[in-house]
Ligand binder design. Structure first.
Ligand SMILES: Nc1nc2c(ncn2[C@@H]2O[C@H](COP(=O)(O)OP(=O)(O)OP(=O)(O)O)[C@@H](O)[C@H]2O)c(=O)[nH]1
Ligand SMILES: [Mg+2]
Length: 326
């Protein structure tokens, strides 16, 4: 790590084995290419929210993978895209901040589904993918190319010209075709990650899985449920803030507020006779309980934060802080 914003932790009474390695690995790419799913697959724990909708992830999330001889801190990031609103600019800022000062950037590109050899020969990455590569290359860190979702490709021969086209774009550290769904390529990627870690101490204790508190994960899980149940732009207009998180003896009591951008969206979140908010509450409770392995009782409220996605000061109050150490 160079100019690491992260501080190593005190190793405690048990010394680390000689030659212990540690470092930071960023998972980057366009929206929806499978970044959060890959983080979960590499960790073996579903800590990041992944949905079929682009621009699900809004903030960086560190996932901690600790073994006897090493600790790899994996950084899930929002998708890099052409950002207009304050929220979208914040997201791209988070993505690039996540790739700064890391030991390796994994650039994820969705493997294209192509039908013929001609189509494979002629395939070129889209402009946004090229812009994302240019932005990441500027940061000067080594980049490994990870071609994702290869389980969807039945004729693997058609991948070869695609890999050739991609490899001509940048001196990639390596090129690894993967599927988080089938597990193909994940072992190779894990090896690649381990080998890139320099010798160094631990940044998180052995039990840590994430750098975020459980109340942050609870808000994310609720946001994931909103994506599953609300149509069109509504989930993109929602922010979720956990206002209270009380750990009881046998179960947790959580209160959260869903902020929408326009008062007309409030009714959509509440639903006919409160049917939607009931469904959102019940599903969120199940997902939070799955992550914490404890039952929880969730209270949901809805509020309007007018045009919050376009207003940087409102982003701050809803918890989207610029913090270079995160
Ligand atoms: N078939 C297949 N689908 C995948 C794979 N990995 C991810 N997906 C799907 O791709 C969609 C997007 O996955 P995410 O992990 O949310 O993608 P992301 O890059 O984090 O997306 P943003 O946070 O929106 O930038 C989801 O529907 C995933 O289930 C894979 O290996 N195979
Ligand atoms: Mg994501």
């Amino acid at each position: 790590m160079t100019d690491a914003p992260h501080e190593p932790i005190d190793a405690g009474p048990k010394p680390l084995p000689p030659g212990h390695r540690s470092g930071f690995i960023a998972i980057c790419g366009r929206p929806n290419v499978g970044k959060s799913t890959l983080l979960n697959a590499l960790l073996g724990e579903a800590i990041a929210v992944a949905t079929p909708h682009p621009q699900t992830t809004r903030e960086k999330l560190l996932g901690v993978w600790t073994e006897e001889n090493f600790q790899a801190v994996l950084v899930d990031t929002p998708g890099i895209h052409r950002a207009r609103s304050a929220l979208n600019q914040y997201m791209v800022g988070q993505a690039l901040a996540g790739a700064r000062d890391v030991d390796l950037v994994l650039l994820l590109v969705e493997t294209p589904i192509l039908r013929t050899a001609e189509a494979a020969q002629e395939w070129e990455p889209g402009e946004v993918a090229l812009e994302a590569l240019a932005m990441l290359a500027k940061l000067g860190r080594p980049i490994a190319l990870v071609m994702t979702k290869i389980d969807r490709i039945s004729n693997r021969d058609l991948m070869l010209p695609v890999l050739e086209t991609m490899s001509a774009l940048h001196p990639f550290d390596s090129i690894v075709p993967t599927s988080a769904e089938s597990g193909e390529g994940l072992e190779q990627l894990r090896t690649q990650v381990r080998e890139r870690l320099p010798e160094g101490p631990r940044y998180y204790d052995d039990e840590s899985l994430s750098d975020r508190p459980m109340r942050w994960h609870a808000a994310e899980l609720i946001r994931g449920v909103l994506f599953d149940h609300l149509l069109d732009e509504v989930p993109y207009s929602c922010a979720v803030v956990v206002t209270s998180y009380k750990e009881g003896k046998d179960s947790d009591r959580i209160a959260a507020k869903i902020f929408v951008e326009r008062s007309s969206q409030k009714g959509l979140v509440i639903g006919k006779g409160g049917s939607m908010i009931k469904k959102l509450r019940e599903n969120s409770q199940v997902r939070i309980a799955n992550l914490t392995a404890r039952p929880c009782e969730l209270r949901l409220e809805i509020d309007v934060a007018k045009n919050w996605t376009r207003d940087p000061s409102k982003l701050e109050t809803l918890g989207y802080h610029e913090d270079k150490n995160r």
